[in-house]
Write a protein of this length. Sequence first.
Length: 105
Amino acid sequence: GHYEGKSLNDPEVRKLFNRDYLKESDWYQERLVSKQNLDIQLWDNHVDYLQAFLEKKGYQEEARRLNISKKLDAARLEREKTSKADYLNFLDGTIGVQPMSVFSQ
């Protein structure tokens, strides 16, 4: 097939599927930022849940048995890690996630 007079073998079309071209695109960068935001939200939820469990009356022994304090510390560290700007470097090369703004249009 052809589009705007170009075939799949046209260099301009082929470059659209080049890894480096894709990774530099605004589209891809938005996917990485969306993934970072989703991961931050996920770890915020984990922290909130574990904190609430620790504060639950009558569950102190169970919280101790399950090492909830240690898990809460680990969740806080992950939340901190995902919140840093260099987390985007960690995500580089992944598919990221579809930005939610696309669905609200």
